[in-house]
Design a protein around this ligand. Structure first.
Ligand code: CUA
Length: 323
């Protein structure tokens, strides 16, 4: 074991880092451990000496005035310039080398390729074989390439256990290449402030132990055979609607869906509207067209298929009947 990986292992064991679940985690931990322990060493040294001098040379009765000290020592000044300079250059060089290796990493001829779509305020993942989900599904030991896009503002995909973070930028695609190493379920976070519900923009990354397990998941239906209200309930969670719209009457950034169906709502402008199929359809496809009074124009338009829109309407309708 090299000193760097020993240091990283000690930092991990001390509980400063989450577990490692990707091929790049170890090299990131080594850089982190180096910066962390160098900083801690100087923190203790400088604060310790400061306290020592403050106590030792404090003003005391009978103490003679301090002797004048030499204005400067060239040797000392060179030393305390050269050592920090060498340390920060080492941090810069090392972390740049690790970053370049990650950024230029070739995923190989047949990676597990997932298209990632970020929006306010949810993630969507389109997997090999066509299955889309609000969960990211990967295979342990398989070279993986995530292609990230965003529909509205800059978001950032962050999985602490993978030690990876990549911005998703509207109007262009960004990439993340790595190999997940440990089966399990890990949190996916948004690491770029993207508005009101940024802190709740989470998802799960599921790493399957082998390809067969992923294939079994991927071959399960995309919802084509579900009854409309059940499909609607599924979409309501998957498309991120539930981030802003409650179904139990509690307050959110958008109107609650509880008891919404059939109600006559006051609009921010124009005459009141009754919540029927056409009003809901319009509000899903062009959310800003007729806003309910008291709410802001925050919702992004949802590119949905016709049956998915019908399913969401059927689900909202079904909430009216529930107690
Ligand atoms: Cu998306 Cu923060």
């Amino acid at each position: 074991m090299s000193p760097a990986s020993l240091l990283a292992a000690a930092t991990l064991a001390a509980g400063y880092l989450p577990e490692r679940a990707s091929s790049v985690a170890e090299s990131v931990d080594q850089v982190f451990a180096f910066i962390f322990w160098v900083s801690l060493f100087f923190l203790v040294l400088i604060v310790g000496l400061t306290l020592l001098f403050v106590i030792r040379y404090r003003v005391r009765p009978g103490r003679v005035a301090a002797e004048p000290s030499p204005s400067h020592s060239t040797r000392l000044e060179l030393l305390w310039t050269a050592i920090p300079l060498a340390l920060v250059l080492a941090m810069f060089g090392w972390s740049t080398a690790v970053w370049l290796r990650m950024a230029r990493h070739d995923p190989g001829p047949a990676p597990h390729r997932v298209q990632v779509t970020a929006r306010k305020w949810s993630w969507w993942f389109d997997h090999p074989g066509g299955r889309g989900s609000n969960e990211l599904h990967l295979v342990a030991g398989r070279s993986t390439e995530l292609v990230l896009g965003a529909v509205d503002v800059v978001h950032s995909l962050y999985v602490p256990e993978f030690r990876l973070k990549q911005d998703a930028v509207p109007g262009r695609y960004t990439r993340m290449v790595f190999t997940p190493t440990r089966p399990g379920t890990y949190p996916v976070l948004c690491a770029e402030y993207c508005g009101t519900n940024h802190s709740r923009m989470g998802a799960a990354a599921v790493v399957h132990p082998d390809q067969a397990s992923f294939d079994a998941w991927a071959s399960q239906g995309g919802g084509g055979d579900l009854p409309l209200p059940a499909l609607g309930e599924k979409l309501f969670a998957e498309k991120g609607c539930s981030a802003c719209h409650s179904v139990d009457g509690s307050e959110g950034l958008g109107p609650t869906m509880k008891g919404l169906w059939g109600r006559v709502e006051r609009m921010a402008s124009g005459p009141p509207a009754q919540v029927d199929e056409n009003y809901l359809r319009e509000s899903i496809v062009t959310p800003g067209a007729r806003l309910v009074a008291g709410f802001d124009d925050l919702m992004p338009p949802m590119p949905l298929e016709e049956r998915e829109i019908q399913a969401l309407i059927a689900y909202i309708q079904s909430l009216k009947e529930k107690p």
